[in-house]
Design a protein around this ligand. Structure first.
Ligand SMILES: NC(=O)c1ccc[n+]([C@@H]2O[C@H](COP(=O)([O-])OP(=O)(O)OC[C@H]3O[C@@H](n4cnc5c(N)ncnc54)[C@H](OP(=O)(O)O)[C@@H]3O)[C@@H](O)[C@H]2O)c1
Length: 295
């Protein structure tokens, strides 16, 4: 179905005309969230760009996001306040939700404390789930909506020393696939984005979480951690086939505007490759390849 645009508005056959489509994005302080917020704004969306830290909300306001919101996925009150203030401004409506905010917790599984694992799930899964559950009734009431989950290639294949992140993204994929089936009789469409390596602050933030939560000195994985530290602190892309965040923006636009958004959007060559290998290879063969890729 065609989408007609002018400089300000995006119109779609089965959506209300005469109003800008609104979207809430989490984690807009940097990387994919900031890039998507800017890209969608220039496409004519009313973007509710949110960030965890007040200073990043200030930055977003200065960047021209007059609807910028403070939203910390670890804090239920912050999630509720952000949704309430958004709904006041939109007369109770929201077209799209892009659940993007998350972080990587590096470290061997045996070095993850219960709290470290819990913290990672608080942000990457529970906060996202709580926010989504506040938005679904809004979308049900208006009769349409798009929910887009930023997962990862590590939401369907695993690499060593990414256990917490892997687990949180696998869990997000499970919840998302179930949700989509449960919403099949509504006009609320649910998609997953699965990026491979993207230029952002992801590695810097993962390094900070690693330093905060992993006790290298007492670990049998100490030698591996030293190599991992070099990768996490390397300037520029750490692995081949890294793409800029605009590659994700393109998929988000498709998920928002297509009549039949995809269930999964792969971004970067490694994601396509591993999605294919996962389908055809026996688990042991795949694991050998993943062990090499994770070095
Ligand atoms: N970059 C990659 O290679 C890659 C690959 C696959 C998937 N992804 C996914 O892409 C998404 C965006 O990551 P990115 O690459 O753009 O990395 P990034 O630059 O580190 O951005 C992550 C964003 O999430 C926010 N965030 C972290 N904890 C939060 C919380 N408690 N509440 C709200 N927001 C929070 C961060 O805010 P602060 O600045 O306040 O920490 C930041 O804005 C994530 O879901 C990530 O898993 C990234």
């Amino acid at each position: 179905m065609p989408i007609l645009r002018d400089s300000t508005y995006i119109y779609h056959y089965n959506l209300p005309m005469k109003s800008k489509k609104s979207i809430l994005i989490t984690g807009c302080s940097s990387g994919i969230g900031l890039c998507t917020a800017k890209g969608l704004k220039s496409e004519g969306y009313r973007v509710f760009a949110s960030a965890r830290k007040p200073e990043d909300v200030e930055m977003l306001l200065k960047e021209g996001f007059e609807d910028a919101l403070q939203l910390d996925l670890n804090d239920s009150k912050s999630i509720q306040d952000a949704v309430s203030s958004l709904l006041l401004k939109t007369n109770g409506e929201l077209y799209g939700l892009f659940n993007n905010g998350a972080y990587g917790q590096a470290g061997a599984v045996e070095d993850l404390s219960r709290n470290t694992l819990r913290e990672c799930f608080e942000t990457n899964l529970f906060g996202t789930h709580e926010l989504t559950n506040l938005i679904i009734p809004v979308m049900r009431k208006q009769g349409y909506g798009r929910i887009i989950q930023n997962s990862s290639v590590l939401g369907f294949i695993c690499l060593p020393y990414r256990g917490a992140y892997n687990a949180s993204k696998y869990a997000l994929e499970g919840l998302t696939d179930t949700l989509r089936m449960e919403l099949r009789n509504t006009n609320i469409k649910v998609s997953l984005i699965e990026p491979g390596p993207i230029t952002s602050r992801f590695r810097a933030n993962a390094f900070a979480a690693y330093q905060r939560n992993i006790n290298k000195e007492n670990s049998p994985h100490r030698a591996t951690y030293e190599a991992m530290e070099a990768r996490l602190t390397k300037k520029g892309p750490a692995v081949p086939f890294t793409l800029p965040p605009e590659a994700v923006l393109k998929k988000v636009i498709h998920a928002l505007e297509s009549d039949k958004p995809k269930i999964r959007y792969y971004v970067t060559f490694p994601t396509y490759l591993f999605a294919g290998l996962r389908r055809i290879l026996p688990f042991r063969w795949l694991e050998k390849i993943l062990l090499k890729a994770g070095d």
